[in-house]
Design a protein around this ligand. Structure first.
Ligand SMILES: [Fe+2]
Length: 169
């Protein structure tokens, strides 16, 4: 069974590599920049949506620091979504575009580091293999159902409302 914690870490590794690849493309054609950025943007959005559908609701059902960790994560996801939207609004290859890409990278890097130390580590310690495997399967299904950004929810979430909706009792 695929463990959801491993699958999330796999995505994080892909993000680090895809952002690093952009470093070598400063002088590249707009078409090359778009070819690299479009799938990365799509993956960032789908990843946040998958975590909000599967991982954070499951964390809220068990972790002791779950509310604080979820609050931080939703705020971070909103910041990443905001930067991705700013990239989409900018002309590819311009300073404004690169600044927005850099903002997305910074927000995402900070978020991944925090998520790996906090909620992911907690969940690996506190949720059983069966739960992590079941969520892993659902994570795989989510990604195939929403491949290419199909019906991915890219809207910002209110952290308080999200926690209320998904907290037990
Ligand atoms: Fe996340």
């Amino acid at each position: 069974m695929p463990d959801i914690c491993d699958l999330i870490l796999d995505d994080h590794e892909i993000f680090r590599r895809r952002f690093a690849e952009l470093d070598g493309e400063r002088e590249s054609e707009v078409s090359a920049l778009c070819a690299l950025w479009a799938p990365l943007a799509e993956h960032l959005e789908r990843h946040a949506n998958a975590e909000e559908d599967l991982f954070y609701p499951a964390l809220l059902r068990r972790g002791s620091d779950a509310e604080e960790e979820t609050d931080d994560a939703i705020r971070d996801h909103n910041k990443i979504r905001d930067a991705v939207r700013r990239v989409a609004d900018a002309q590819p290859g311009t300073d404004e575009w690169w600044t927005a890409v850099q903002d997305a990278r910074e927000e995402n890097s900070d978020h991944m580091a925090e998520e790996e130390r906090g909620p992911l580590a907690d969940f690996r310690r506190n949720a059983g293999d069966g739960v992590r495997g079941d969520l892993g399967l659902r994570y795989v299904s989510f990604n195939s159902e929403h491949a290419g950004g199909r019906q991915v929810d890219t809207t910002d979430k209110d952290p308080r409302q999200f926690i209320e909706e998904h907290s037990p009792g």
